[in-house]
Design a binder for this molecule. Structure first.
Ligand code: HPA
Length: 271
């Protein structure tokens, strides 16, 4: 694995002429439009990157984007790898290992999620304060390479406090409503039954989705600071549950995304 990571990181370093960024962004659902705010310097298709998995999901094209956002050098992943697509956890989190090898310090993530918290509404943005890992496979299972991180990583600060304070301040100053809560990561691809939404609420979740947790675990193992947001695209609140489709999720996410993109960009400016 170490050799593969090195090979891929070397390939990328050779492709980017300028500064190697310290900031990586996963353009998950709700952040697709952020790409238009990036002054793009270089793009590399996942299919051209040695050892990289290839993205398949509708609404997620696959490439790495290098450029400037908020005056800073950044790498953005357009398209991510979901466990439900059939990738194993090492594949899902491989890009995070590449970021680590490149020296990335900050990881910014977005996703779409169903809200269980009864004060949430469709279109809300939730700042993720913590997560519950419900995936059936752990990204750090197997041999631990101490070059990559410790065997038993701490997860008490998975979502960096300083970044959260910064994001909260920016939202307040600009009258952007933010919700706060715990993200439950599940494998999907089914949305939840009413009983499952209720269960995730009872165990302490505010929102549930099918991504983010694996990447955040590996980013923490790698010593990165993480900031992550969910767009609440549907409600798993008893009495408010309606049928949900992928299209509904995309529509709700598109409406909320300018606000989330604004917060991300302002946080990056202040780093
Ligand atoms: N459940 C799981 N994943 C999701 C949901 C949901 O309700 N909404 C968007 N992604």
């Amino acid at each position: 694995m170490l050799q593969k990571i090195q090979q891929t990181a070397d390939f990328i370093k050779n492709k980017i002429a300028g500064e190697i960024p310290q900031i990586a962004i996963i353009l998950g659902t709700g952040l697709g439009e952020l790409v238009h705010s990036i002054a793009i310097e270089k793009e590399i298709s996942y299919s051209d990157i040695p050892n990289f998995p290839v993205s398949t999901v509708e609404g997620h094209s696959g490439k790495l984007i290098f450029g400037k956002l908020g005056g800073k050098d950044i790498i953005a992943m357009q398209g991510r790898f979901h466990f439900y697509e059939g990738y194993d956890m090492k594949e899902v989190t491989f890009p995070i290992r590449i970021f680590q090898a490149l020296g990335i310090k900050y990881l910014f993530v977005s996703n779409a999620a169903g809200g269980m918290n009864s004060s949430f509404e469709v279109g809300d943005i939730m700042l993720i304060e913590d997560h519950i890992n419900m995936f059936p496979e752990h990204p750090l299972r197997g041999k631990n390479h101490k070059e990559l991180g410790v065997r038993f990583p701490d997860m008490s600060k998975a979502y960096d406090k300083d970044l959260r304070v910064l994001a909260t301040g920016i939202a307040k100053e600009n009258n952007i409503k933010l919700q706060y809560g715990v993200y439950v990561g599940t494998q999907g691809p089914t949305f939840e039954t009413p009983a499952e939404y209720n269960y995730f609420k009872i165990i302490g979740g505010d929102a549930v989705g099918m991504s983010t947790v694996p990447e955040v675990i590996v980013a923490n193992h790698a010593g990165m600071k993480v900031l992550a947001f969910s767009i609440i695209t549907d409600l798993g609140v008893i009495g408010k549950i309606v049928e949900v489709t992928h299209e509904d999720v995309q529509i709700a996410a598109n409406e909320a995304q300018p606000k989330m993109a604004f917060i991300m960009q302002e946080v990056i400016k202040k780093l």
